[in-house]
Design a protein around this ligand. Structure first.
Ligand code: GLY
Ligand code: MN
Length: 480
């Protein structure tokens, strides 16, 4: 938990942000924290993870809390129940809700049942009730129950003037996004910590990448590091020799000489700030010529993207410059033929890199995606592209200091996608399928770093950067 003034300032800034977007009776903003989630029966729960928006404004890292911010009077209240003797027997003594409220600069607290009454009173009085679309189903149902809105509408984001405000609040989403996108120094410190844990877990993975080792064993060892130094992983670890499958969560294969191992994994610091790195290793410790050619293109694309990442440039432009570079290089290897600018305009890069260059990162590894990707990743004057690749770009905004983005170009050879493009003529004659036929068993390569936009440019997060140059990787693997 940060100092209480951090949360006080955030709630004040949120109230101001909402005032700029609303007029008349502004209503109340409602925050529902996460509750325990049963793994297989109640009493055997998944490890608790607080809702990121609740954590950001209210800082309480425990289940069964909620809060209300009155946007007209400025009054606020934290709702939660003090423990009883049964809780003390099973969980030990706990601080009071009142003391937790003090710690976040919210001295007004009440039992959880009062939260339900506060919502019912606002609904009965016809006051606007602003809430965010919840990530967890329990919270969807809870808000539907309290407000009388359908569960579908609870997840729909729209301006409050529409349909009598019977849905999640666009004004609240935009106000929250505006704050959470720009990281404060205390958050940057946490992101640096998460990056260092990510560095250590990836170092473990690289050392574990030896012929004969089961992928699952490497995953277990690297995830142990995240638990010993932070909260745990920031997403389900991707570690596979079938790296052409972008999010491959199966780890059942034995490390085999001649193949490539994609490792895409990150950690959460104890206060939930994320890291997200990807490296690709030659399983035999040395790249083949074929592998090195593609690897070096991706490595240079990662470097190019970093060099272009600075305030005033949009990440849309950085994505396009990066895929242009990759297509130009793929052309020199005869994978594609024709005018590179035309290829970029036609989305040919999507065959090789079907995903975007990167995403926002913060307390969520894909920051605030529960609020809607376009609200988080796109400025009001930007529109999402229908092209494969660019259409999957989650962060396109004009960059400003305090943004945190990932830089994760990749090149993949996905036989099913290649076959489909060939069948449908999607490539418009630009693709040399005869050359691609030699790469069906290649796999994929992705290289990812986390970047903070600064006043005069950018810096990679974390005190150390994972080795990335092909020659450095080979030299290190030879000695591990
Ligand atoms: N590293 C996983 C992702 O960015 O989706
Ligand atoms: Mn990522």
């Amino acid at each position: 938990m940060f100092e209480s003034k951090v949360y006080v300032n955030r709630r004040r800034a949120l109230t101001e942000g909402m005032a700029m977007r609303l007029s008349g009776d502004k209503g109340i903003a409602v925050f529902v924290g996460n509750v325990d989630a049963a793994m297989n029966y109640r009493g055997n729960d998944y490890k608790f993870r607080q809702d990121s928006n609740f954590m950001y404004f209210w800082g309480i890292d425990e289940p069964w809390f909620a809060a209300v911010l009155d946007l007209d009077s400025g009054a606020e209240c934290l709702y939660g129940n003090d423990v009883d003797i049964d809780d003390i027997v099973w969980m030990g003594p706990q601080p009071s809700v009142a003391s937790k409220g003090e710690a976040i600069g919210c001295p007004s607290t009440a039992p959880l049942a009062e939260f339900d009454k506060a919502i019912a009173a606002a609904v009965a009085a016809g006051r606007p009730v602003h809430f965010l679309p919840p990530a967890r189903y329990y919270n969807v149902m809870k808000l539907a129950y309290l407000t009388g809105i359908s569960t579908d509408a609870v997840r729909k984001v729209a301006p409050m003037a529409e349909d009598c405000g019977r849905h999640a609040s666009l004004e609240l989403v935009k106000s929250v996004v505006a704050l959470r996108l720009i990281k404060e120094q205390c958050e940057i410190d946490e992101l640096d910590k998460a990056a260092e844990i990510g560095y250590l877990m990836h170092t473990e993975a690289r050392r574990g990448c030896k012929p004969g080792v089961l992928e699952q064993e490497i995953v277990g060892r690297m995830e142990g590091i995240t638990l010993s130094k932070g909260w745990g992983t920031s997403f389900t670890t991707i570690l596979s020799q079938n790296g052409e499958t972008l999010h491959n969560h199966s780890h059942h294969q034995i490390i085999t000489p001649g193949r490539l191992l994609v490792v895409d994994a990150g950690a959460q610091s104890n206060s939930y700030y994320a890291s997200d790195f990807t490296r690709t290793y030659p399983c035999s410790g040395k790249f083949t010529t074929k592998q090195r050619e593609i690897y070096d293109i991706v490595e240079q694309a990662n470097e190019l993207a970093y060099s272009l990442t600075k305030p005033g440039t949009s990440y849309w432009e950085v994505h396009l410059a990066t895929v242009r570079y990759m297509l130009d290089q793929l052309k020199s290897l005869d994978f594609v033929r024709g005018d590179v600018d035309e290829m970029v305009a036609c989305g040919i890069s999507g065959l090789f890199m079907p995903h975007g260059l990167g995403h926002n990162m913060g307390m969520d590894v894909h920051d605030m995606e529960d609020l809607g990707e376009n609200y988080v990743g796109y400025d009001d004057d930007q529109k999402r592209s229908p092209l494969l690749g660019l259409g999957n770009l989650r962060m396109a905004r004009r960059l400003v200091p305090g943004h945190v983005v990932t830089d994760e170009p990749g090149i993949y050879f996905i036989p099913a996608l290649i076959e489909q493009w060939k069948r449908d003529g999607t490539d418009k004659g630009f693709v040399n399928y005869a050359k691609l036929a030699e790469y069906y068993d290649f796999g994929g390569i992705r290289l990812e770093d986390d970047i903070l936009i600064t006043a005069d440019g950018a810096r990679r997060l974390g005190p150390h950067r994972l080795p990335i140059k092909s020659a450095d990787i080979e030299a290190i693997m030879a000695n591990e």
